[in-house]
Design a protein around this ligand. Sequence first.
Ligand SMILES: NC(=O)c1ccc[n+]([C@@H]2O[C@H](COP(=O)([O-])OP(=O)(O)OC[C@H]3O[C@@H](n4cnc5c(N)ncnc54)[C@H](OP(=O)(O)O)[C@@H]3O)[C@@H](O)[C@H]2O)c1
Length: 386
Amino acid sequence: MAAAAEHTARERDAMRRAIALAARGLGSTSPNPVVGCVVLDALGRVAGEGWHRRAGGPHAEVDALAAAGDAARGGTALVTLEPCDHTGRTGPCSRALIDAGVARVVYAVADPDPAAHGGAATLAAAGIDVEGGLLAAEAAEVNEAWLTSVRLGRPHVRWKYAATLDGRTAAADGTSRWITSAEARADVHRLRAEADAVLVGSGTARADDPHLAVRDIPDAVQPLRVVADTEATAVKPGARILDDAAPTLIAVAADLPDGATAHLDGHAEVLRVPRAASGRGLDIAALLVALHERGVRSVLLEGGSTLAGAFVAARAVDRVTAYLAPALLGAGPAALADAGITTITDALRLDVTGIERIGPDLRIDAVPAPAPVASAAPAVPETEEF
Ligand SMILES: NC(=O)c1ccc[n+]([C@@H]2O[C@H](COP(=O)([O-])OP(=O)(O)OC[C@H]3O[C@@H](n4cnc5c(N)ncnc54)[C@H](OP(=O)(O)O)[C@@H]3O)[C@@H](O)[C@H]2O)c1
């Protein structure tokens, strides 16, 4: 009994380590998931570690098995995602695990991708002891973007903004540099490095001439810089976003005349997207599907408030990351513009998943709360009590 309990504790430790290894791949594996793997030898000692570093490169299991060598025989592989069962750019991981002679495979999250799942069944059919679900919630969190994209057929969207404590993103005269500290701004570069694409609206492109590339993070894979510029008038030649620090895509209305984007030729890719059926700008769902089709699995939406409002209205915000500075302005634009919400019962309720102090500022992470279950009790109108 004691040996079994010890073994389980080692497996939990190894899975925790595998999750940390998986996180190292954030930002460089799309369209693949991030995956980590730890191989324990037959005595439960760590024999090899690996993670999926980039799309087209070895999968985590193959990486860890290579590090373990013969020590994998009779051992246990801990993997954050169910081993794949299909031959893509690399061979199936189920096969690699069988060939390495592991006796047991423990994975955290079942693979929801219909093209890749089935690995657990293949392993079990080969006589390997297979178990799923260990630390599944933690492992799912690190793969939140990829899992969302498989489930919804569009990229995961994290809306990030910086505001004063009273929710202003700029002063009344338009000045906004800088609301938050250098530490908070450095943290945003980490978010950019983890995202496949960074997106802003034409209003931000006009007002700020943003660069949107990752700075000061060694070996970061640069995200695709995207501007929702319906009329192709906001991003002009010489704009900082058109430099060669990272690829750039300008999303414009599908019905623009051919010559309307000539000034972008050779500087940025142009993506034509249908206009929104009602309201201004581009159709958000169509924009996201088009990005998904080009391999984008995670989008960092960096504003401004008008575009963020359209995303909230389209129910296309999966995570909010707010940087709140301990400062007050009292006037100036709010973090979020019209999101089609007019009454308190329709407020988009969020569950806070993390609160962190970053320098003098606060970082709050939150995800949309699950829709409340309808109550059988009759609705009674309520007012706030003071
Ligand atoms: N503190 C922060 O975190 C932060 C972050 C970013 C920006 N900002 C500030 O925010 C200000 C700019 O914000 P903004 O609200 O004016 O502009 P914005 O949200 O960046 O861009 C809005 C524009 O995007 C275009 N668009 C394309 N598709 C759209 C859609 N489906 N729905 C709505 N708009 C769509 C529209 O113009 P077209 O249709 O004409 O293209 C719209 O006017 C700047 O002052 C900037 O400094 C602050």
